[in-house]
Write a protein that binds this ligand. Structure first.
Ligand code: FES
Length: 397
């Protein structure tokens, strides 16, 4: 046989130079925001729907922290524990419910009291186990509101309690009777991209051009928008400026129709006057955002909310709520309409387009344009706020 000629080692391809990174196109201007990959501590975050938590433990991850939610059969309350057995690190969410008010790790049967996380029995070490009572698993404050389980991530006050959950829920939702429909799912992408997408004015009329929801609602374009801050909310305010751009083959891009139907509470919508609760909010613009990542889109008759809950660096819990401040027949009619159409049209197909962008975008570096004012205002708001960034494990932020 002919000996094979030794192959010439291939030369490594010359590195392809990437595009030059422009000054300011990274996130060094927003150092707090840049570090907030896992969100902020000392806030309440919605997790799963309350009806999903029963005897069976439910694992959730919020701001990178693993929590097991379980309903205490003694009190009916949902309790939250760190989802990690201190013995050898097995998730307690895989555990058994053998004694009232406790959860037992599936590995060696260490059993924890749901209320205070104390190790109260060690099944495999006998009734006189010397370690019993000497170990605890961390507990998390938990509250049920709006049909959701809210979990507090952060430090407790000197009195050992968390701030009231109402601090992190828009006041109109806790102070009024309402009916809601919603979706709660984990999507790909970091929570900051999801939050920015919600407040990003430049994408609404373009990305969502093919959304069926647009048959019912007009989308705004950026229109010399100003951002004002009120009660912790950043509100996008548009002045009445019309512009029109014709793109042959694409069509005309204009804000005229939007202005005609501008859904501000002081302008009656096509279904009549604004709901009194929404009118009382007296919002100068219809889209607003606040910490720790809550979007509010207020139409005259209903409000759409989005929570962007950090899960880990690459996943966000996306909680969408459509709310009407109604009772009786009108509330029932809304609920039926939500289940028949809105849940699919708006909370499904429309926001799936957002999820697509949040998943595929790769930023920074970035090169911003005028409509990105909403993004930079949000980032600046965070830099100026008294926030505590959640540490990324092993990174020493
Ligand atoms: Fe949990 Fe051993 S790892 S009891």
């Amino acid at each position: 046989t002919v000996p094979r000629r030794p192959r010439r080692p291939r030369e490594a391809p010359a590195p392809v130079p990437g595009p030059p990174v422009q000054a300011g196109s990274d996130w060094t201007t927003w150092s707090t925001y840049d570090a907030a990959e896992l969100g902020f501590r000392n806030h309440w975050y919605p997790a799963v729907w309350a009806h999903e938590v029963g005897r069976k433990p439910v694992p959730v991850t919020i701001c990178g922290e693993k929590v097991v939610l379980v309903r205490d059969d003694r009190t009916g309350r949902i309790q939250g524990l760190h989802d990690r057995c201190p013995h050898r690190g097995v998730p307690l969410s895989l555990g058994r419910r053998q004694f009232p008010g406790t959860i037992s790790c599936p590995y060696h049967g260490w059993t924890y009291d749901l209320e205070d996380g104390r190790l109260c029995a060690v099944i495999t070490d006998g009734p006189d186990s010397p370690i019993s009572g000497k170990v605890s698993v961390a507990t998390y404050p938990v509250e049920e509101r709006l049909g959701l389980v809210f979990v507090y991530i952060g430090e407790l006050g000197e009195d050992g309690t968390a701030p009231p959950v109402e601090k992190d829920i828009p006041a109109e939702l806790t102070e009024n009777t309402l009916v809601l429909g919603g979706r709660n799912e984990i999507r790909d992408g970091n929570w900051r991209f999801a939050a920015e997408n919600g407040f990003d004015e430049g994408h609404a009329k373009y990305l969502h051009n093919t959304a069926l929801w647009r048959l019912f609602k007009v989308m705004p374009t950026w229109n010399r928008t100003r951002i004002v801050e009120r009660d912790g909310w950043l509100i996008r305010v548009q002045d009445e400026v019309h512009w029109e751009a014709d793109f042959p083959g694409v069509g005309s891009f204009s804000n005229k129709r939007w202005w005609k139907r501008m859904p501000l509470p002081d302008r009656p919508g096509k279904n009549g006057n604004a709901n009194p609760v929404i009118a009382a909010l007296d919002l100068p613009g219809f889209v607003s955002i606040r910490l720790p990542g809550i979007l509010r889109v207020a139409y005259p008759q209903f409000i759409h909310y989005e929570w962007y809950v950090p899960v880990d660096a690459d996943h966000v819990r996306y909680v969408q709520l459509m709310v009407r401040f109604e009772t009786g027949l009108r509330a029932a009619a809304f609920k039926a309409k939500y289940l028949a159409a809105i849940r699919w049209l708006f909370h499904g197909q429309f926001t799936a387009q957002d999820a697509w962008m949040v998943d595929v975008m790769d930023s920074p570096p970035e090169r911003l344009y005028r409509p990105d004012l909403s993004l930079t205002a949000w980032r600046k708001h965070i830099e100026d706020s008294d926030v505590v960034v959640q540490a990324v494990a092993g990174r020493g932020h």
